[in-house]
Design a protein around this ligand. Structure first.
Ligand SMILES: Cc1cc2nc3c(=O)[nH]c(=O)nc-3n(C[C@H](O)[C@H](O)[C@H](O)COP(=O)(O)O)c2cc1C
Length: 141
């Protein structure tokens, strides 16, 4: 199975989780801008929500999902970070399913630092849980 890890991260929280997921399965994470449009069996996709984007996904992430070729993506596994448990995963899931792209039932979320809130998150425990999430999805296609 071939897999890839792609994310958008404005302040680095989701990037940390992307790196933990990628590291756990022997890959390197890429940003949405660096994504190469080659066929992929399992695409790990990560994002967060921003008030600057109507409390929703970054416009770049929406454009990324809109441009995905459903014929080239076997399945997507979603991950997210948030100040609180946001709707980022539900938003990505809805956009992907609307395009006919299968989304794994399991997803990963952890808190992310925002200003003085959630200092230190994602922490080592969060990143270990993200790595477990990734290994679980790779092991059970
Ligand atoms: C500019 C900005 C705006 C944000 N707006 C919201 C928001 O409207 N609602 C929310 O729940 N979280 C909001 N957050 C919190 C982020 O979703 C959270 O910190 C997330 O972990 C950021 O991920 P990132 O570091 O990968 O960009 C905002 C964060 C930033 C930096």
């Amino acid at each position: 199975m071939n897999a890839r890890v792609v994310y958008y991260s404005a302040t680095g929280n989701t990037r940390k989780v992307a790196d933990a997921i990628a590291g756990a399965v022997g890959l390197e994470a890429s940003t949405i801008d660096a994504y190469a449009d080659a066929p992929v069996d399992l695409l790990f996709l990560g994002a967060a929500v921003y008030a600057t984007h109507d409390h929703g996904l970054h416009a770049g992430m929406k454009a990324f999902i809109a441009a995905l070729d459903p014929a080239k993506v076997g399945r997507v596994a979603l991950f997210s970070t948030g100040f609180v448990h946001s709707e980022a995963i539900a938003m990505m899931r809805a956009l992907l399913e609307r395009r006919g792209i299968p989304v794994a039932e399991k997803s990963f979320f952890c808190l992310g630092r925002f200003a003085l809130f959630n200092l230190g998150r994602p922490n080592a425990k969060d990143l270990a849980a993200a790595a477990d999430f990734a290994r679980g999805l790779i092991a059970r296609p």
